[in-house]
Design a protein. Sequence first.
Length: 619
Amino acid sequence: MVKDLGGQDMSRLSVASADKVNSTTEQLMKEFTQRIVANPPGVCPVDMQLAFLKVCHAQTCGKCVPCRVGLGQLERLLEKVLDNEATMETLELIEETAENIKNSADCAIGFESARMVLAGLEGFREDYISHITDHRCLGSFEQPIPCVTLCPAHVDIPGYIALAGEGRCEDAVRLIRKDNPFPTACALICEHPCEARCRRNIIDDSINIRGMKRYIVDNAPSDKVPVPACAPSTGKKVAIIGGGPSGLTSAYFLQLMGHQCTVFEEKKQLGGMLRYGIPNYRFPRERLQEDINAILSTGVDVKLNTTIGTEELKQIQQEYDAIYVAIGAHTDKKLGLEGEDSKNVISAVDMLREIGDGAYPDYTGKRVVVVGGGNVAMDCARTAMRANAETVSIVYRRRQEDMTALPAEVEGAIAEGIELVTLKAPLRVEADAEGNACALWVQPQIIGPVKGGRPSPRKANKPEERMECDIVLVAIGQDIVSGPFADFGMAVNRGRIAADKGGAANMVGVYAGGDCVSGPATVIKAIAAGKAAAANIDEYLGYHHPISCDVEIPEPMLNDKVPCGRVNLQEVEAWARKTNFEGIELPMSCEEAVQEASRCLRCDRHGCGTLRGGREFEW
């Protein structure tokens, strides 16, 4: 036993001290990680790279020269860039040094550190050059509000959370509508990218932004809150091709600007993929109708059951002053497998489209296999379970953690008794004598190197497997019917209609946006595209109508921002919800909403946006 002069047991003290050091280090690393997660957009990318490089350098063992000396040299070179002492030769030296470290480092720390610098040089080259030639960051010196910046529609999130915290839900709806006429849709099914960089992550966890919006529309339904008065009529007419979220968003804002809009919709009802792509249990149809009713109250004309082809487009071009094409992506993609044309092989798009018009399937006693790993695949599987299927399995060629579906959707499917069959690639569909699908043959996969951000699977050295089934639901993506628009003269690239960020197509007075331009994406991105197109169409027509909101935002509370758990929305128990198509998510209570609103750090008034001059966000 080792003792000091006072007779104390030094070995025990050393162990206790080491434990304390380790636990403290772990806590500090966790807090550092939280700060990285909450890192707001708009920071200097060169400065960010230098910070990451210093962290990596501190983790090296120092045994090999590339790490010990090379990373230190890289740090000094990046500091020269930030200190306005660098030249273009410095940039070449950074690249050469990083390449040498990458090729000669003995461990992953040195290799990855150098690789990260090289990736930054490629991605941020213009920023590096700006520092060298102009001695400043490429961007502005404004510090954007993280949640607002990451919302594609740039909704004033801190503002409506503050309003909700004071119980002013109607004012919150008005504020949301300034940028997004679908507050209810986004409250129920938005993928909430805004939460990813919420600065509350520095303390504990992000604000439940979508949950707060759900609280707002539950207490102030969208169709019960009057829309703003429309500007005086301009006499201009705009045709909107497609009655989905992008088309209706554009129609809403253009109508407020005084332009008369007519929406041409191919299907029986408005809503696009909000109605024909999302099951009722996730987004009850009556809640969708709340947003649609509010939009139509502005005076938008609607023509349902109207198919628009090349000749119709030519006629519309003569009758209207501008056209916005927002047809979405409503056709299915094929697997390209043998036997895919067998009976009971059904595309997800077709099944969800029928459900949108109230035609629910009956899979009583059937064994259902769903092919895919996205949110649509989860919707199909959970719908099949509610249609009384005996068993439901999801077949996916990657791992569960590589699925593109939201984790909450995957967890919900598993809770309802749906089986995930991962690392199995579909090969062919086997049909019986009557031509009905009776089995899906799959090839086991092995996960491999990372490509495009996800590990790629490849064929494993295992025999094919046969999965017996009665129904095969294919949910591998959607396509766009762009042929008539190409014939009309609009530029089309790989099936997608070509348009710039403002929606302008290659024809004068013709605009396009949403899924038909970007490919299948989220509802908030479609809304953002419609909003941008409306602003640009207004400019094209010779106007510059502002969209304003006179709601007064509460001042921030001066309470201490102590750590506090995040309020998450609850759901109906799995055994009860999987037997019907009723909404499964439970609303937030007033008590929960007030507490969640109090967690907001009000970045719009403290720490961010201080150079923006009030609450003026770009429209």
